[in-house]
Design a binder for this molecule. Structure first.
Ligand code: PHE
Ligand code: CO
Length: 291
């Protein structure tokens, strides 16, 4: 039984300017913002939405997604039904020591960082409505699971995500979350990687998007710039359209090594520099050509 009396009272969360309350039921959440995956809530229509999203996206992966993602996406299980988080966690725990945990939706930064530092990835447990098939405002289970979880099976990327969580707890104390969030945005959500087969996507925001996956790798419109930590922390980003800039890494090892140094002095350095608008290219910057 779960009634109002058991409400631990965590506050709903939104980021940016929104005029709607967040969709999730935060009364179900524990104090660390995790909740049981309420698998019985899903209707036939929800499983159907998941399967249709999954198959549409799977078809696009060859040539566009990085090989580590393609190699691991099957670990999510058969797409006929929305997976049980416990089943995915069992496989993930064996592979890299990570687990996935349910959340009602977006959670506060500190709670998010603490989970990552503990090798737990929060996955929203609800799925978009059929009329939101192509675009959903808040991240849902399809974005969180399909976009983020396959790369957690990669040991190097898995370590990067934990380091990011620890770095986030530190950034909160240094009041540097805005700068660190740009790193997340331009790597974990919208990162591109140069492979022997050409440019590929590894960011979850791209890999879970029907349209942006092709745009990010193939379109001649956006700028694609080599990963540079300071440049990236200076760069603003768009949240309501395809990105106009992407940053390209050579390998997950490069990403891990470039972000290993203490960011404390780097935050100060970056604060002293001008911000760069999304889509801008600075003098002397080399661009990667579309695939
Ligand atoms: N090295 C960073 C710091 O000292 C931590 C970090 C690692 C942040 C990886 C993000 C990604 O703050
Ligand atoms: Co995401």
């Amino acid at each position: 039984m779960r009634g109002k009396a058991l409400n631990v009272g965590v506050a709903p969360v939104t980021y940016g300017q929104g005029d709607r309350p967040p969709r999730g039921d935060y009364a179900r959440a524990r104090s660390d913002y995790t909740c049981e995956q309420n698998h019985a809530q899903y209707r036939t229509e929800d499983h159907d939405t998941y399967r249709r999203l999954y198959t549409r996206q799977l078809r696009q992966l060859p040539d566009l997604a990085c090989p580590e993602f393609i190699g691991a996406v099957g670990q999510l299980g058969a797409p006929e039904h929305i997976p049980h988080f416990d089943d995915v966690s069992e496989r993930l725990l064996k592979a890299t020591g990570w687990q996935i945990v349910g959340v009602p939706g977006l959670i506060p930064e500190e709670a998010f960082f603490a989970l990552l530092a503990d090798r737990k990835f929060p996955v929203t447990d609800w799925i978009r409505r059929p009329d939101e098939f192509d675009y959903v405002v808040e991240p849902d289970i399809f974005h969180d699971l399909f976009g983020h979880v396959p790369l957690l099976f990669d040991p190097m990327f898995a370590d990067y995500m934990q380091a990011y969580g620890r770095g986030g707890l530190k950034a909160s104390r240094l009041d540097a979350c805005e700068l660190l969030a740009r790193l997340y945005w331009y790597t974990v959500e919208f990162g591109l990687i140069q492979t022997s087969e050409g440019l590929r996507a590894y960011g979850a925001g791209i890999l879970s998007s029907a349209g942006e996956l092709r745009h990010s790798v193939m379109s001649s419109k956006p700028r694609r710039i080599a990963f540079d930590l300071r440049r990236l922390m200076r760069s603003r980003y768009k949240i309501d359209s395809y990105q106009s800039s992407y940053f390209v890494i050579d390998s997950f090892a490069q990403l891990f090594d470039a972000t290993a140094p203490d960011f404390t002095p780097i935050y100060s350095e970056v604060r002293a520099l001008r911000e760069v608008e999304a889509g801008a290219v600075l003098a002397g910057e080399r661009e990667f050509k579309a695939h």
